[in-house]
Design a protein around this ligand. Structure first.
Ligand code: RIB
Length: 321
């Protein structure tokens, strides 16, 4: 039985290397082109499974070759997949540009992912029965995400939402059903604007004081908020429940890495955090966050999204336990 249930997206990623991102109207010569498995949900499920947690994945794909490939790949990764196969919509795809600094720009055509039926999610209720964590993102329709959180609540799972990308209809009511929120800087700024009507510059968030960041995070109404700050590590903000930590809020320093491709690093963080909450359930929350931070740093040293997720052993070898 699964320890972590991921409800999320699968996309086939098409990635091009560029020296720099093109400007509007500009055509640039690209370097190497690759295609491979991605989608925030699938990347997080692979990250979680490779960290050693028994992982289930509930998703939608088209009745096409990409969907068949995704289902076979999930099985090879040891992930228990529940796929809603839809003939009317194609498997999701993503166009990714990666520049010389290993940063990316992504456009997604979500296709079947947006058709994930909340009734299909609810029909998988048995998967939630023995699980500890449910993890969802923003690449499905919000009703499917709400159904995942609902089942999580029913079975008293820890409910993690990685609000990526921020769904235009995501509101404070849905956030009330989330235990741990894992936005990056851009998503955090967008959520603050949508939910708390507070405008902040995402590029300057990491420079703000911890007290300031904590006060901002508290405006989202979620018990624990973990803002991933890319090469600047992460920031944790707890409400009343500190999850075993000594402090209400703190930063986690970045780990050293030589990035070649940061695509999916945030996914690696959320998927590894879900797994680490299972292994380190008696330890302070910081233990799980530190592990996720290490796994995410390591993922940037390999090209690709799902393919770049490190194993638990690789994280241990690199950083120790
Ligand atoms: O987070 C990276 C992912 O975003 C890619 O794999 C792409 O498919 C998009 O969903």
């Amino acid at each position: 039985m699964a320890q972590v249930v991921v409800v999320g997206s699968y996309n086939q990623d098409h990635a091009w290397r560029v020296d720099r991102f093109p400007q509007a109207g500009e055509t640039r010569r690209g370097g190497n082109f690759t295609t491979g498995p991605g989608g925030k949900g699938f990347n997080q499920a692979v990250a979680c499974a490779r960290q050693g947690a028994r992982t289930a994945f509930i998703a939608a794909c088209g009745d096409d070759a990409l969907g068949a490939g995704a289902r076979a790949l999930a099985a090879r990764e040891g992930i228990e997949g529940r796929w809603q196969v839809t003939a009317a919509h194609a498997t999701g795809t993503a166009m990714i540009l990666i520049d010389a600094a290993a940063q990316n720009q992504i456009v997604v055509a979500l296709g079947a992912n947006e058709q994930l039926d909340p009734a299909f999610v609810r029909a998988q209720v048995a998967m939630f029965a023995d699980a500890k964590v449910v993890l969802a993102q923003g690449e499905n329709n919000l009703d499917a995400v709400a159904a995942a959180l609902e089942l999580g609540e029913l079975h008293r799972l820890t409910r993690i939402l990685n609000p990526a990308p921020v769904h235009p209809r995501l509101d404070a009511v849905l956030l009330r059903h989330v235990d741990i929120l894992t936005p990056n800087e851009t998503e955090f700024a967008l959520l603050l604007e949508h939910i708390a009507h507070e405008r902040v510059d995402p590029g300057r968030l990491a420079e703000r004081t911890d007290t300031d960041l904590h006060a901002l995070a508290r405006k989202l109404g979620v018990a624990t908020v973990v803002v991933t700050l890319g090469a600047r590590g992460a920031f944790v903000s707890h409400g009343v429940n500190r999850r075993g930590d000594d402090a209400d809020f703190y930063r986690v320093a970045p780990e050293r890495a030589q990035p070649v491709d940061t695509t999916g690093a945030g996914d690696c963080f959320s998927g590894s955090l879900a797994a680490a909450l299972v292994f380190f359930h008696n330890a302070p929350f910081l233990r799980a966050v530190a592990h996720a931070n290490r796994a995410a740093a390591l993922s940037t040293e390999t090209a690709g999204a799902a393919a770049a997720m490190p194993t638990f052993e690789a994280v241990r070898r690199r950083f120790g336990v």
